[in-house]
Design a protein around this ligand. Structure first.
Ligand code: CAA
Length: 389
C-alpha cells in the first residue's frame, strides 16, 4: 500500500522592517508604476544585520515544531543560496538552536532558488521509505543585488519551514514530477561576492523556457492537462514573473477555468508582493499565500513550478488535504506582516551597508530593535554569536 506523503505544517518568518516600492521608485528616478505594476512589487523586506538565514529559519521553524515533534525530526534539509559558511551547514546551526535530537541528519542544499524543492522531494522520498520519520525542510535566503541596480527592486528575504510527514495535514504530494537541468549563466554569485551577478532579461526568458519544458513533460508523463488543476503556484522572484508564467499556459484552459486560475494567482502573489524575493522560499511563500488568501478546498490539485537559476526547473503537484487550514498559524502570520515597521530609503541604504563585514574582525551588533526570538548578536573569534530570547 502506498503511503500519502507531503507537507504537514508550514511556518514563515520575515524580519520586522520593510521598504515601500513607490518610495524606492521615486528615489531612483523611476515611475512608481514600473515597480508596482511592471515588476509587481509593493513592499520589500529589509534584513537587519541581526538576522541571517539561520536565525530566520529558526524563527520560521519554531512556529511549526512542538517539544514532541522535535523528537521525531529525523533530518533537516536546509535549502539556501545565501549561506554563511562554505563548509559547515546552516542546518547544523539550526538543529542546535532548535534543540533537535542529536540523532538528526543536518545538511545544506544549494542550487540557487531550487534548493528547498530539492529538500522537499528528497524529504518526501525519505518519508516514503521511513513513514514514521518527520523531515524539516527549510528555504531561507537574503535576496541582495546591490543599490541602484536593476535587480534592487527584486530584493527581499525571509524563511519558510515545512514539516514533511506521512499522512500530511496540508498537501499530499503526487509521486510524479518533471525536472530539467541545463548549464546556463543567468544568475550566479562567485564566492568572492556578497551580491549576485545577473543577466536579468535573459534570466526571465530562461525561467519561462524551463516552465514550458517541464510543464509539457509533466503532461506527457501523467496524461493530465490544465483541466486537472485548480491553481498553479510559481517561484516568484517578483510577482510579474509568475504572472508571465501563468499567461503562457492560460490559453490551454476553458474560459471559466481561466477566471478561477487567475483568481488563485492573485491570492498566491499577495504575500510575495509585500515581502519580495525569498529565493529558495519564494515558491512556498506563494503556496502559503494561496492558502491564506485564496478560496481553496480540500481535494483540489495545485501545480508547483520551481526554478533555480543556473539552472534547474521542476514541475510537480499535490492534493490539498481536509485539515490544510490547521497546518499554519494564520494569527501569527498576519501579526508578523502587520507589525513590520516601514523604513525610509536612506534608512534602508544604511541597513544595507551595515551587514556583518566579510572579514575576520570581532563585531558586536546593536540588537536594540530586534524583537525576534532568534537573532544574531555579532561575531567573536570568527564564530557567529547566535542568541535566543
Ligand atoms: N508602468 C507600468 N509598467 C512599466 C512601467 C510603467 N511606468 N515602466 C516599465 N514597465 C514595465 C515594463 O514594460 C516591463 O514589463 P514586461 O516585463 O511585462 O515587459 C517591466 O515593467 C520591467 O521593466 P524593464 O524590463 O525595463 O525592467 P528592468 O530592465 O529594470 O529589469 C528585471 C527588470 C530584469 C526583472 C530586473 O529587475 C532584474 O534583473 N531582476 C533580478 C533577476 C530576476 O529576478 N530574474 C528572474 C528570473 S531568474 C529567477 O527567477 C531566480 C531568482 O530568483 C533570481
Amino acid at each position: 500500500m502506498s503511503v500519502s506523503v507531503g507537507i504537514d505544517r508550514i511556518g514563515f518568518y520575515t524580519p520586522g522592517l520593510y521598504l515601500d516600492m513607490a518610495e524606492l521608485a521615486t528615489a531612483r528616478g523611476e515611475d512608481p508604476n514600473k515597480y508596482l505594476i511592471g515588476i509587481g512589487q509593493s513592499q520589500q523586506a529589509v534584513i537587519p544585520p541581526t538576522q541571517d538565514v539561520v536565525t530566520m529559519a529558526a524563527n520560521a521553524a519554531s512556529q511549526i515544531l512542538t517539544a514532541e515533534t522535535k523528537q521525531e525530526v529525523a533530518m533537516v534539509l536546509f535549502g539556501t543560496e545565501s549561506g554563511i559558511d562554505n563548509s559547515k551547514a546552516t542546518a547544523v546551526y539550526l538543529a542546535h538552536l532548535l534543540d533537535l535530537p542529536s540523532n538528526t541528519r543536518a545538511i545544506e542544499l544549494k542550487q540557487a532558488c531550487y534548493g528547498a524543492t530539492a529538500g522537499l522531494q528528497l524529504a518526501a522520498d525519505y518519508v516514503r521509505v521511513h513513514p514514521t520519520a518527520k523531515v524539516l525542510v527549510i528555504g531561507a535566503d537574503v535576496a541582495r543585488y546591490g543599490l541602484r541596480t536593476p535587480g534592487e527592486v527584486t530584493q527581499g528575504g525571509g524563511a519558510v519551514a515545512m514539516l514533511v510527514t506521512a499522512d500530511p495535514q496540508i498537501l499530499a504530494l503526487a509521486p510524479t514530477s518533471s525536472y530539467h537541468t541545463e548549464d546556463v549563466m543567468d544568475f550566479w554569485r562567485p564566492t568572492y561576492r556578497t551580491e549576485a551577478l545577473v543577466d536579468g532579461k535573459y534570466s526571465t526568458n530562461v525561467y519561462l523556457d524551463f516552465f514550458k519544458t517541464v510543464w509539457a513533460d509533466y503532461q506527457q508523463q501523467t496524461q493530465q492537462t490544465i483541466a486537472d488543476f485548480d491553481a498553479f503556484v510559481f517561484h516568484l522572484p517578483f510577482t510579474k514573473m509568475g504572472r508571465k508564467g501563468l499567461r503562457q499556459i492560460l490559453p490551454e484552459a476553458r474560459p471559466e477555468q481561466q477566471v478561477t486560475l487567475k483568481a488563485a494567482f492573485e491570492a498566491s502573489q499577495e504575500d510575495n508582493r509585500h515581502v519580495g524575493n525569498l529565493y529558495t522560499g519564494s515558491l512556498y511563500l506563494s503556496f502559503l499565500s494561496l492558502l491564506r488568501h485564496g478560496q481553496m478546498n480540500a481535494g483540489q490539485r495545485i501545480g508547483f513550478f520551481s526554478y533555480g537559476s543556473g539552472a534547474e526547473g521542476e514541475f510537480f503537484s499535490g492534493i490539498l488535504q481536509n485539515d490544510f487550514q490547521k497546518g499554519f498559524d494564520e494569527t501569527a502570520l498576519s501579526t508578523l506582516l502587520a507589525n513590520r515597521r516601514r523604513v525610509t530609503v536612506s534608512e534602508y541604504e544604511a541597513i544595507y551597508r551595515a551587514q556583518l563585514s566579510n572579514d575576520a574582525r570581532d563585531v558586536q551588533l546593536a540588537v536594540g530593535e530586534e524583537s525576534a526570538r532568534y537573532y544574531l548578536a555579532g561575531r567573536q573569534n570568527q564564530q557567529r554569536q547566535y542568541r535566543i530570547k
